[in-house]
Design a protein around this ligand. Sequence first.
Ligand SMILES: [Ca+2]
Ligand SMILES: [Ca+2]
Length: 419
Amino acid sequence: MVDDSEYGSVAGSAGRGGNSGVAGASSHGGGNSVTGGANGTGVSGGFGTSGATAHGGFSSVAGGFGTSGATGRAGNSGVSGGFGTSGATGQAGNNGASGSTSSGENCTNGIDDDHDGAADCADTDCVAGFMCAPPTPGGGWVGPLSFWSGSGSPPACTNESGFPTEVANASSGLSVAPSSCYSCECGSPQGVSCQVGALTIFSGDACFGVNRTLNIVQGECVAFLSQTMDPASVRWENAPPAGGACIPKTSGSAVIPPVQWDNRMRACGDAPPNGAGCGIGSCVARPKAPFAKQFCVYQRGDLACPAGSYSDRSVYFGGVNDTRTCTDCGCTPPFGTSCTGTLKMFTDIFCGVDETNLSSVSECSALAPDPTPPDLPYLTLRSALYNGSPGSDGSCATQSSRAEGGVWESDPITVCCTP
Ligand SMILES: [Ca+2]
Ligand SMILES: [Ca+2]
């Protein structure tokens, strides 16, 4: 393949043709020859002198290449002012700089448009702006693509670039800042139950002697009948609190920061597929900065690259799976709660006679004498009544709001590029 400098020299020779350009007719040719212009121009200055060779002009059609305005001026110095005009033609040539069109060769259509025996990438007219991309492998790969990756904003895919369509737009290098969760505190215990109590009755004074323990339910009169025991003292054993809960209070807000990507990518495709002159592969536009010089192919999934030219692998992601959340505030079950209230004993079985108020838990109290005659077999009748209510003490431990879950990359895309 011919490199750029060589290409330039070729243009130079075209310039020589420019001499002939002297002739007005050559001006058309000038349009065609575009690139050659610059170099050839200098030469053509000389031509100006030879302007006389007007006829040669025809042959020199290519000479029109004189392309650059400068050349034209050289022409001016040459004999005829007319050359100056042809110089203007040269400018049109500049437009053709991309090579192909100026010379009449469309570099991506598979046809030798300018009939010089070389089609598309095989034609030196196409070297500057086009090159052969390796064939796109089968098995679902899409290409050839021009490809960009970086930390900034991806460039657009443009018609001008030869790769007009965005075919993949993804990211890599996921970074996630920590979540910030709610503030929590717990109120006082609510709903503590004081439903049961227990007392022990003793046959002797001061809570000595034979005894029996009774469990009693709040508000229910519990009767005790015995033919073997005549209680003289009683001890309030306990009034255990049960249940209850603290209500968690939530303040602040949960902040789950957006995910960040260190790297983004964009791939542009839909290059015309028919460019010839490559043997295998197709003649397509050279990717231009800021796109990478390499051609690439891509496919959805986290895959190995296909065998062959597209071997430089990178993986990007189209999105994330995000399960991050903050747990609700919570409170442990209450601790340190208590029950207060009243416990009374009676000398009948209906909680109605000879009320004895027991002062407090664990204290021993004397009972009113048994009013029943001590006939044998005597019968002891007693009853007890308990009314309990929760105290104002107790608390719960706070269970904080915690960050849970995580973020994972999803929707992988594999990009494989020429080295
Ligand atoms: Ca062509
Ligand atoms: Ca050609």
